[in-house]
Structure formats: C-alpha cells, structure tokens
Ligand binder design. Structure first.
Ligand code: ZN
Length: 634
C-alpha cells in the first residue's frame, strides 16, 4: 500500500533574496534545489515515486544519484522545486524526509565551518547550531486531495530572539563575531578584528561584511562544494555591474571590427587594469554574444574578463575596484590612469555603458488550481510539460546574453542585460505554451486556458541593494502581473537609486491579439535615436503625462481627439521637411496610435470563458518605459 505525499519546506523567497551579491542569489537557489533533491532521492530509495516534478531527465537529480557523473548543467543550475508530490509507502513517516533535508543542510554548513574555523575555536558551537539547526520549516499533507485538516508542520524549536549586532546580509540574525560574547555591547573594532582572522579572499567576503551562520553558509558554499555536496561548482557569478555592461561591451566588440581606434582603446584599458593588478573576476563568465563577437574583433580576451566596475567612471571614483592579493583600493593617480583609459574607449566607441541591468522572474499562473482540477494522467502530462519547459530555458537565456539563477518546475529566475530581458521573457512564455501543447496532443480546454505564465522584469540601477530588487520582483509578479492585470501578463518596473520610477503592466496579448512585448519592441525601434531620423524627444514623453492627467478630468474627450492632440504634440517637437509634411503627419499619427495602445492599461479576466479583456486608464509610465529602453537611462 502507498499514499500520496505533498511536501514542501520554507523559507524560500527570503532565503534566496537575502543576498548582497549575485552569487548569493545563485547559491541560495542551488542549495534549495539540491536539498529538495536529497529528499526526493530518499523517497526513491524507499521504493517511492516522485509524481511532481517529473524528474526522469533532470540533470541535478541524476547528479544526486551519481555525484561522480554530475553534468555541467547539474553543476551550474538548480532545477528542483522546494515543493513536490510523491507516492510513498504507507508505513513511511514524512518526517524522515524532513530529516534528510535537515541532515544535508547541516553537512553543508559544517563544511563551511570547517573551512573558516577548523579548530572550532572562533565560533561558539551552540550559537552556530542555533542559527543553522532552526532554519527550515517543513510542511506536508498525505492523502489524495490536499486538505488543510491533514496538514502537518514540523518546526524545530523556535530560536530565542536574536539580539546584538545583526548580520550585514539578512539583517535578521546575529553576526558570528558575537558568538563568544557574554554580553552584547556593540564594538565595531573588535568585530572587525575578529572577521579579519578569516583567510578568505576579498571576492568571497568584503572587508565590511559581518555575516550570520546561514548567510555565511550560502556565501562560502561554492568554495567547499566538493566536500559538501560531492562536486565542484562555479565560484564566480557575474556581478550586477558586469551584467549592466554587457550590452555596451557587445556593441564595442561589434564596432571594433571596423575600428582600429576602438581596438586600441579597449586593449589599452585592459593593459592599464593589468598594471594596476585589478581582478579579472569575470574570467570564467560566459556570455553568448560576447564570446561570439570577440572573434575577429581585434580585442584581446582579457578585456571581457575585467571586473564590471572597471567599465564605470562612477565605480572607479567610488573605490569599488580593489587590487588582487592586497585588496587595496586604487590611489588617486591610479584611478586617474584607469579613468583616462576608459574615457578614451568611450570616446572611440561613441557611447558608454548603462548602469542598469535586468532581473527576470516568471512563474506559471494558478498552478495549484490547475493541478487540483486534473486527474492523475493529466497531472503526469503537466509534470512532463514543465520538465520540457525547464530544459528549454537555459538555451533561451543564453541566447539573450543572460545568466540563469534558477529554472525548475514552472519558475524562471534570470539576470540579463537591459536590451534583451523582455524578449527573453517573451521567448520563455512561448516555450511554456509549446511545452504544454506537446505534452497534450489535444489540449483539454480547461488546461489550455490555465496553462499560462506571467513575468516580472525589474530594470534596476546596479547601486541598489540586490535584496530590495529581488523581494520587490516577487511583489511585482504576484500583485501587479497576476492580481491586478489578471495573469498571463508581463510587467516591468524601473528602479533608480532614488526608488521606483515607473511601473508598467499588460496582458501578453489582448482581445485583438496585440502582442504587447512585440509592440513595445516595435515602438522602441521607431523611437530609437538614429542620426538619419528624427531625434528622440524626451519632452514629448513628459508632455504625455500632463495630457493623460487632463484626459482623466474630462471624460467627454474621444479616443480620436486624444490621438490628434498627441500627434500634434509629437510634430511640434520636430522640424517638418517642406515636401514631406503629409507623410510625416501620417507617420506621426501611426506612431502615436501604437504608443496609446501601449499606454492604455488592460485587464484580463480569466474567470470568463472565453477570456475577456477590459480597458482602463492611460498610463504614461508606458511611454517612460519606452524612453528608458531607448536611452537606457532615467
Ligand atoms: Zn544573515
């Protein structure tokens, strides 16, 4: 006899989001997937069966079963969700699988502790164990249908209130230098001295960082991966500065093919960085477009290995760059040398790198209900569709010059340069739909309409705390794309150092099958500054906001009148060529019509069959998004 088990463990979102750098995001996601895989593997060993996710072709699952043959994909990407459904023997207590996760987590934490405190002299055992052992909470339901009555929770003893100085990453738990103190009196000097005892590179722990046991485990896990999980993992993950620079680097490489001046300036920048002993921290970073265009560019490979901060004058000025080995910052003279080399390259290329990068979060809409409404056979097909989707995502993200943080089940989490993030989201959505269509030869009506996926794209300035951007991405996805826009939707937000500048959302398509991601792309192309066409006018976009406010207070105004008003405004900012006035007027009207379509907020109603859409207010943020994507600045 067997029984069905629905199992999950938490915290997930906060565990991943508590991150100071991109590698923390990756490590958190990867550890979660690996821990979940350990529980699934224990079920398989008990002659159980994993019903959801579909794990037969999963590379991480294969690596867990045979660590000596872990594939490159398994070493670089977490693909297993923290929530799964399984068939387990009737006599098995799910508590055993919670214990498997707990034991493996402790093993990873111990490997980290052995690395930094081999003599166990620096950190108090009870302190370390309190933070590590109480971290996870497990919940499960057994039986055919999910019901709250049979729900069991396993929460290990609640930790005592964490007092004293907090960890600089999570801000929740006490930092480790306090572990042997009898009373908690803040003393920065002694805590600084304590952290200086750790012999880890500055790339792994910055001078001002003081972490708790959980955040330190996440931070240093890549250094001890072989001991902790059985295989080595990549120790470098591209920084937000590097991700922001990708679009520009690609442009530089392309232009360099026909420009000796660019080749020379780029190679000189690399030479200067080398003389100053800067880290070539992106040495192992593979970005598809950069590797491709490096060939025949006349620029040497070390150029694209440079620390991302070397491509920004503001970062050079702000002492973001440190020397290899000594971890010293640059002197004023050295900073000047680097500045000069960078300015020379910017001049030769005729452009500079945007300080913004993109973070993409996607997940399937209403998965709980979708699965709940299905029979066992349909559920099996959904699992297969999701596995198929997950297997396609790495290729899509790579093609768009991005880096995946996580792709498993119906979830995608990726970091990308600004120019390709929306296109990447749209391609992932197509792959999601195709995966369902292939799994179901004849897609039952209810499943076709429920098998949709929403996306949140954050365009964030690299100086904004990563944890803020990640936490908000979840809100953007759940509150704006799903609740407010009605799911099967795309939403974008721009963050500059002062805060949120704009938020835009639309269903992926509307009643007339307008493809909003494509429409956005076309409008950007039409407005893109180009020496041969009209200069892009930001004044026009700000006027738009005023006009929309006027429309709000006057409901007698017709759509056609709005179009005429805006077309006139658009033309007012331009010089009309004498012979061509009529064509230009027509073109202006067409552009404005499309822009207005993008601005008019639509809401999707999936509770209706067929799905319906309603039109709401005009939102000038759509136009500001176009402006941002054209200029990559705000
Ligand atoms: Zn922490």
């Amino acid at each position: 006899m067997s029984k069905t088990l629905h199992f999950n463990f938490t915290p997930v979102q906060s565990f991943v989001a508590q991150a100071r750098r991109t590698r923390d995001l990756w490590a958190g996601s990867y550890l979660l997937a690996w821990l979940s895989g350990q529980a699934m593997n224990a079920i398989l060993k008990d002659n159980g069966k994993i019903l959801m996710p579909y794990i037969d072709d999963d590379s991480l699952m294969a690596a867990i079963q045979d660590p000596s043959h872990a594939s490159d994909l398994a070493k670089s990407l977490g693909t297993l969700p923290n929530r799964f459904t399984a068939q387990i023997p009737e006599n098995k207590d799910p508590k055993e699988y919670a214990k498997v996760i707990q034991d493996h987590w402790i093993k990873v934490a111990n490997a980290v502790r052995d690395k930094i405190d081999p003599g166990k002299s620096l950190i108090d055992d009870d302190f370390w164990n309190r933070q590590i052992n109480n971290h996870w909470e497990f919940a499960w339901v057994t039986g055919e249908k999910s019901s709250l009555d049979s729900r069991k929770n396993l929460r290990l003893p609640t930790p005592t209130e964490e007092s004293g100085e907090k960890c600089t990453v999570c801000g929740e738990r006490q930092e480790l230098s306090e572990s042997k103190k009898s009373e908690f009196v803040p003393n920065r000097k002694s805590s600084k001295d304590w952290w200086a005892k750790f012999q880890v590179s500055d790339l792994d722990l910055r001078e001002n960082e003081r972490l708790c046991a959980v955040c330190l485990t996440k931070r240093l896990f890549p250094l001890v991966a072989e001991k902790a999980i059985g295989w080595e993992v990549e120790q470098y993950y591209p920084s937000t500065a590097y991700l922001s620079a990708i679009d520009w680097l690609e442009k530089v490489l392309i232009k360099a093919k026909d420009s000796d001046a660019i080749q020379k300036a780029a190679n000189e920048l690399t030479e200067t960085a080398k003389k100053l002993h800067l880290h070539n921290s992106e040495y192992n970073t593979h970005i598809n477009g950069l590797s491709h265009h490096l060939k025949d560019s006349g620029i040497n490979k070390p150029f694209i290995d440079l620390d991302g901060d070397a491509f920004y004058l503001s970062s050079i000025d702000a002492d973001q760059l440190q020397k290899r080995g000594s971890n010293k910052t640059l002197s004023t003279g050295e900073k000047n040398d680097l500045r000069k080399a960078l300015i020379k390259l910017q001049k030769a290329a005729g452009s500079k790198a945007t300080p913004f990068y993109a973070l993409l979060l996607m997940d399937g809409d209403g998965m709980g209900k979708l699965i709940g409404d299905c029979d066992t056979e349909e559920r099996g097909k959904i699992s297969k569709a999701l596995a198929d989707f997950t297997s396609r995502v790495p290729g899509i993200v790579d093609q768009h010059n991005g880096k995946l943080v996580y792709a498993g089940g119906d979830d995608v989490f990726a970091l990308l340069p600004v120019s390709s993030a929306i296109k990447c989201a749209a391609d992932c959505r197509s792959a999601y739909q195709q995966a369902y269509q292939q799994a179901f030869e004849h897609l039952p009506k209810g499943i076709t309409e429920a098998a949709t996926i929403s996306a949140a794209v954050q365009f964030a300035h690299q100086n904004i705390a990563l944890s803020v951007v990640v936490k908000d991405a979840h809100r953007l996805l759940d509150d704006i794309a799903k609740d407010r826009t009605g799911r099967d939707a795309l939403t974008c937000r721009v963050w500059k150092p002062g805060g949120i500048v704009l938020t835009w959302a639309q269903p992926w398509t509307d009643e007339l099958k307008t493809d909003f991601a494509q429409l956005l792309d076309e409008i950007i192309a039409a407005f893109r500054p180009d020496p041969t066409s009209d200069r892009f006018s930001s004044k026009f976009f700000y006027k738009l906001r005023d006009l929309f406010e006027q429309i709000e207070s006057d409901d007698t105004i017709t759509d056609e009148a709005i179009q005429d008003l805006l077309a006139a405004e658009y033309l007012a900012n331009r010089e009309l060529k004498k012979n061509d006035k009529e064509t230009q007027r027509k073109e202006a009207k067409e552009r404005v019509e499309r822009l207005l379509l993008l601005c008019r907020q639509q809401t999707r109603h999936s509770e209706n069959t067929p799905v319906t859409y309603t039109k709401g207010k005009y939102n000038a943020d759509a136009a500001l998004l176009v402006r941002f994507l054209v200029q990559k600045e705000v």
